[in-house]
Design a protein around this ligand. Sequence first.
Ligand code: 5GP
Ligand code: MN
Length: 343
Amino acid sequence: MKLSETQIGRLRELLTRSPRRIVLLAHTNPDGDAVGSSLAWAEVLRTMGHEVTCIVPNKYPYFLDWMPGIEQIVIFKTDTEGRAVRAIAAADLIFCLDFNAVSRLEILSDAIGANTTAPRVLIDHHLVPDGDFELAFSHPEASSTCFVVYSIIEALWGTDAITERMAEALYVGMMTDTGNFAFSSLTPELFRAVAVLVEKGISIPAIHNNVYNAYTEGRAKLFGYAIDRKMEFIEEGTVAYMSLKEHEMRRFGFQQGDSEGFVNYALTVKKMKMSAMFLAHRRFIRVSLRSRGDVDVNLFARRYFDGGGHKNAAGGKSYVSMEETIDRYVRAVREFAEEGRLG
Ligand code: 5GP
Ligand code: MN
């Protein structure tokens, strides 16, 4: 990944007027990359003398609870003391991590719009950034935001500035966003970065175990149910989808994060090109999309589900019933196929 020297120079300038009050924001339904990049970037900024508040719109999944320092993250949805709003109003500088449009902050969007004129710096790897940023480190070629943060730390202060705790947080994002180093954008530079993190003393097996082997019994059962009873195939078995309604999730004691990985499972079928997961929420249905190779689900999510993401992993929302959502998906897939976009 190539960082622009001009941009690094401008970031250095923004961070030299020390100490500054800094807010870090990450996206709704924060994942390992959002949380990992926030924790690592927060810690390095604190080391440099800044006062940092990390804010996420809603709770991160419980399998990240073990991450050192995660308890300092302010969860806007349950922040009854108004810490998030106060920190935003007092901020001299705001970093937006692992998302590319303010709308991805969902319930937190308004608080950002109304309460601050502080300059915003984007650090992200999603396609097509959209927004008013003083400075944008937008690197869609990077496999994770954690890798972008790593590269920025390296460029600003050298890897000596990375502590074991930061290394652990950065590794979580690199690991989760690459599907444990199995997806695209796996560059030699990424593995060199991982080597540096290992030199800091992190335990890869321990991190792997903490993240991937931390589910509840309910989740294991829900997974079986979803695969057996809810997985549907269309387009001669090259496209799949799965849906879960609220009563089905309740039956298995659903907690946020329990559906992690479900949408990927259909892609273990050899001829599968694209997979979708529809998860019912109170006011809308959350859509998750995955694809293989040239099938572009970022485009699909933008066009049909008011969303976006990456070429092979994207998401969006649907404001109609589950039945209508599925119907819309099946018709959209047909249209996509007719345009030759399913290969
Ligand atoms: P997931 O399916 O794991 O929730 O999300 C996959 C990818 O799609 C992530 O990179 C995520 O940021 C992106 N994504 C998920 N939901 C939305 C959405 O509603 N809007 C946009 N723009 N991107 C989304
Ligand atoms: Mn990410």
